[in-house]
Structures are given as C-alpha cells and as structure tokens.
Design a protein around this ligand. Structure first.
Ligand code: ADP
Ligand code: MG
Length: 476
C-alpha cells in the first residue's frame, strides 16, 4: 500500500460512521470497518457488488435521492432504514456526497451512515408515552380542558359530553371565556394569572361558578386549574370542571325539606296565633250586632295580623326561585321576629332587637336568609324551657359584613356536642330533624358568609352570622 492509501485507509476507519464508496452504477468500490459492523457483510463480500442495502419499502425514496445526486445535489442527514446481511434492518442517518473528477463530472458517491436506532427508539418511546398520556387524558372520567393563553387546545371526552358537544373539535381554538358569564371574566383571568405564577403542580382551589353549554344554557360547576407541562415544552393550563347540577339539586331538596319540617313544627304556635284574634273577632262581631262601628278598627287590625301571619306561612311553604337581590336587612330580621313571636310566647321567651343605624341593604336570597334566621331563633327559643331573654344584634362590620348575633340564655351546648353540630340528623329534640344548623351553614356559606357558634353549658349560646354586604360570588 502506498502512503496515500494508508492515510485514506486510516481516515476511513478513524470515524464511528459506516462509509461506502460506489461508482455511478451503484457498484461498491470500498467500505470501511464500521460499515462491515453495521451491515454484517465483510469488505470482500461487498466490493464489486450492487448491494440490496435498502429495504423494498424505502426503494422509492432511494431512487428519488439518487436522481438528485446525479444532478450534483448532496444528501445530508437523511433518515431512512438500511438492511443488514441477515435481513434485519436498522435506522440510519445518511449523508451522500458526489465525487467529481477534475472536469467537474460526477464519477461516484461516498455514503456515510450513522446508526440512529437508539435515538429513534427513544423518540418512538416518547411518542408512545405521549399517546398513552393523551389516551389517559381523553378517557379520564373527570371533565378536563387544556388551554393556553385562554384558548382551548384540547377537551377530553367527558368534558365534551358535559358541555353538550359531539366532538372535541367543536371546542378547539375557542376562548374559554366564552363559556363563563361575562361578569366572571376578570375573576377567571385573575385566577389563571395566579395559577401561571404559582409553583408547578399547585392546584387552584375549586370554585363554584356557572358555565355555559354549547346550547347556551347555564349550569353549575366547580372548577380548578393547574399549570402543567412546562417541562414538555408546551406549557398549558389544565382545568378540571365538575358538574354540580345533581349536588345543587339535592342540596335544594334538603333545604326545602328542612323548611317544610320547620313549618310543621311551628304550626302549633301559628294555629294558636290565629285562634286568639279569631276569638276576639268573634266577640266583637257579636257586639257589633248591638252597637255600631266602634270596634271595626280593632277588628281590622286583628284581621290584618291574621293576614300577615298566614301570608308569611304561605310564603315560607312555597318553593321560591333562588335569586340574589338587594334586600333590607332590618326588614328581614324584623319579619322573622314577628313571625316567631307566637312560638316565643309558647316558651315564655322575650326577644330584644338592637340595630346599628347604618345597616342598609345586603345582596342575598331573602327567603334563604329568613330560613336561617328562623332556624337559629327557633333553636334559641327552644333552648329555654323556663323562659328567658333572647338578644339579637345587627352590626355593620367595616362596611364589609353584616353581623347578626342571636344570644340566648338557654341550656347551652357541650363541647362534644358542638363538634357534632352541623352533622346531619344530630338532634336532642323529640320532633327535631337535626338538619337545621347544617342547612343554615350551607346557606350562609353559599352566600360567601360564615356561621359560628359559641356556647357555655347552662349559660347560653350565641350564634353569629356574618354575611358579606356586597356578595360578589354569585352576582350574575
Ligand atoms: P333541630 O333543631 O331539629 O334539633 P338543629 O340542627 O337546628 O336541629 O340543632 C341541632 C341540635 O343542636 C339541637 O337538637 C340542639 O340540641 C342543639 N342546639 C342548637 N341550637 C342550640 C341553642 N341555641 N342552644 C342549645 N342547643 C342548641
Ligand atoms: Mg333547629
């Protein structure tokens, strides 16, 4: 071998790539050791041969490339399959350069092959994992939406079904804000901002909102978001949206049945209250037979009272729409007190009311707040077997909350019992439902407020109800 041949030889084998030199007809002129390793052929076996190095399904590709090679264009980093002697194949990254003579004519080609099976396998594994992950996400029974900058990228089957879509494509590209009430936009933007700036993997708490289905109807959901996949290179927010329709329905049923139980329990006192004026009316009417008109005013008053009590009773019994409206707190409290007056009389209980002068309106569902007050006041009355005083106070706390305190001098509640209050069906009364306080808590919390109880055995109990004056949570 000449020195030049030695140099070429050592250069050919200094590289970790397989090298093959062919003439214009594809006849192999030389290969290096790595090529022998990669393909399993020895140098002697291939020189002078046109080798079937390309699997059938890649022949077309190879032919196209050959055409462009002839035209003098090199092939760089082309990924394809290559055959081994034993018929198996491997992924290769191929670079082919034309070899030209001094006249610039192409006389042959040098092919450089790199085995990229490992890399390909890693890529395939990643793809497979992504596929599995998408499948998991798609079939997850929790409704999930992925969105980026407020634009929906993906919704899973459960989410698509929840919003009444036929296919998830109906959601892709839409703004998530379309699915909220316009008034909620700022809140949702703020929450998403917060999620994006929080630690990875930290969920925002579930909040209850109304969302809109594709057909335009609103329904109750709870929604929580998390900023995910930062590391995968496509950062998106994943929101889990749970349907609350059923839960709301059963909550409403519970509130209503507790209300009906209340009415039943109060019926005795109310009947009593109606009977008394009726008796006097009867007397006056009898007197009217003999004298003229003097008692008519009193009669009218009594009649009006009956009217009022019966009306309140009917109002309470009727199922009402749960709409938030601005209501005068004073009127709510006063109407509940006069409604419960007969019940208080039955127990020999006096009710005292103290009001801050600057209490105006609160945004609430008046019917529900009345129900809370009736429950709490009724409990207070019933805690005083031998009579006593109930002090009710209404304060305005920093123009933010309305604080209603109901303080009795009753038997009080032990610490163990206090821990059990708010659990359903916990009652110490023969005709009690044990749902009263639980329903009260639900209603108050539904208004964004808080109900707390303090009590001392034999001293009495104080129930504090704090209600936000401006209730932003549910205003639509
Ligand atoms: P119910 O009134 O139907 O029993 P509640 O949920 O309203 O159901 O009250 C549960 C229990 O809590 C009552 O049975 C009573 O033992 C206790 N309780 C509630 N309020 C008071 C109070 N002001 N003083 C003493 N005990 C109370
Ligand atoms: Mg009760």
């Amino acid at each position: 071998m000449s020195l030049k041949e030695y140099v070429i030889n050592s250069l050919m084998n200094a590289t970790s790539d397989g090298i093959v030199i062919v003439d214009l007809n594809g006849v192999v002129l030389d290969v290096n050791t790595k090529f022998e390793e990669l393909h399993g052929w020895t140098r002697e076996e291939v020189i002078g041969q046109v080798l079937p190095m390309t699997p059938d399904e890649y022949k077309e590709d190879a032919f196209r490339l050959y055409q462009s090679l002839i035209n003098g264009e090199p092939i760089k980093n082309f990924e394809t399959m290559k055959l081994r002697k034993d018929g198996s194949s491997f992924y290769a990254n191929v670079t082919v350069s034309p070899v030209k003579n001094t006249d610039g004519l192409v006389i042959g080609f040098v092919g450089v092959e790199r085995d990229i099976s490992e890399k390909k396998k890693a890529e395939e594994d990643l793809l497979e994992r992504e596929k599995q992950f998408r499948k998991l996400l798609k079939l997850n029974p929790e409704p999930i939406a992925l969105h980026k900058d407020g634009i929906i990228q993906f919704v899973n089957d459960a989410c698509c079904k929840l919003f009444g879509g036929a296919s998830s494509d109906e959601f892709k590209g839409k703004s998530i804000y379309e699915f909220f009430c316009p008034n909620d936009r700022n809140l949702i933007v703020a929450r998403l901002q917060q999620v994006m700036h929080s630690e990875m993997d930290s969920y925002s708490e579930f909040i209850e909102r109304k969302m809109r289905k594709l057909d335009g109807t609103f329904f109750d959901v709870e929604i929580s978001s998390i900023y995910v996949y930062k590391n995968l290179g496509f950062p998106v927010v994943q929101s889990v949206i749970r349907d609350l329709t059923e839960r709301k329905k059963s909550e409403e049923t519970m509130i209503r049945s507790e209300k009906l139980a209340l009415i039943g329990q109060l019926a005795a006192g109310i009947a009593h209250d109606i009977r008394n004026p009726l008796t006097s009316l009867k007397g006056f009417v009898q007197l009217l037979k003999y004298k003229n008109t003097d008692y008519v005013d009193v009669m009218m008053e009594e009649l009006e009272h009956i009217n009022y009590v019966v009306n309140e009773f009917m109002m309470l019994a009727k199922p009402h729409l749960s709409h938030y409206i601005e209501s005068r707190a004073i009127e709510l409290v006063q109407s509940v007190i006069s409604f419960l007056q007969p019940h208080a009389l039955l127990y020999n209980v006096q009710i005292q009311l103290e009001m801050d002068p600057d209490i105006s309106v609160i945004t609430c569902i008046p019917d529900q707040i009345k129900q809370v007050l009736i429950n709490v006041l009724k409990n207070a009355i019933e805690s005083m077997d031998s009579g006593g005083l109930i002090q009710i106070s209404c304060r305005n706390r920093m123009n933010q909350d309305l604080i209603i305190c109901v303080k009795d001098q009753g038997v009080g509640i032990s610490e163990e019992m206090l821990a059990q209050l708010g659990e359903p069906f916990f009652t110490t009364k023969a005709n009690g439902t044990g749902l009263g306080l639980m329903v009260c808590k639900r209603i108050v919390e539904g208004h964004g407020g808080k109900l707390s109880i303090q009590s001392q055995i034999s001293q009495g109990t104080t129930v504090e109800i704090a209600l936000p004056i401006i209730n932003s949570r549910y205003r639509i």
